[in-house]
Design a protein around this ligand. Structure first.
Ligand code: ZN
Length: 188
């Protein structure tokens, strides 16, 4: 990766860390939110071999507009139109109720750009991994299973984009779904 691209990734990491600074994940340890975008970056770079800086930067920024006070305009002026376009595509419309937003993700997944599909694929993989390893303590097994199945429905609409990352998602889904079985006990 050329130095300019690495600089952009570092800038995006710094920006996302600042924007998410007051947020925590929903797991029992309430881990810092920034761990989540960093996990997407690692999945794309290490597991997927993705080197497109637009995808990597967008992965780091993917939840800033949806979950912080960041605007798309801010993303556009600092990271460019290509990154802003990807972030816009993976940002839910928060004026809609959650069940509508979940259905819209399924309905729109096939129409996303290839770059947005990669970010979303990594996002769903990271989220299902969290459900398997450190689920929100107040989630029932049924809620976890529903969440896994919803993630799979979104990913099923985007197949044919990256075989290695799709295989990783499938593996993660199976492991996560197994933990939703009543016989399963989470190892400490
Ligand atoms: Zn996310």
């Amino acid at each position: 990766m050329e130095q300019g691209a690495l600089g952009q990734v570092i800038d995006a990491l710094h920006f996302a860390a600042y924007k998410h600074r007051y947020q925590r994940r929903k797991d029992v340890e309430q881990t810092p939110y920034i761990n989540h975008p960093i996990e997407l970056l690692r999945i794309l770079f290490e597991d997927g071999g993705v080197r497109d800086p637009v995808v990597l930067v967008s992965a780091l920024l993917h939840d800033t507009v949806e979950d912080t006070e960041t605007t798309l305009e801010e993303i556009r002026s600092r990271f460019g139109a290509d990154v802003a376009a990807v972030v816009e595509q993976v940002t839910d419309d928060k004026s809609q109720p959650q069940d509508v937003r979940k259905q819209l993700q399924i309905d729109h997944a096939a129409d996303l750009s290839d770059r947005a599909k990669l970010v979303k694929l990594a996002d769903k993989t990271a989220n299902l991994r969290n459900v398997a390893q450190s689920p929100p303590p107040d989630w029932s097994l049924e809620r976890r299973a529903n969440y896994c199945n919803w993630g799979k429905r979104v990913v099923d609409e985007m197949r044919g984009i990256h075989s290695a990352l799709e295989a990783l998602f499938d593996e993660t889904y199976e492991a996560a779904y197994k933990t939703c079985n009543p016989q399963f006990t989470l190892e400490k």
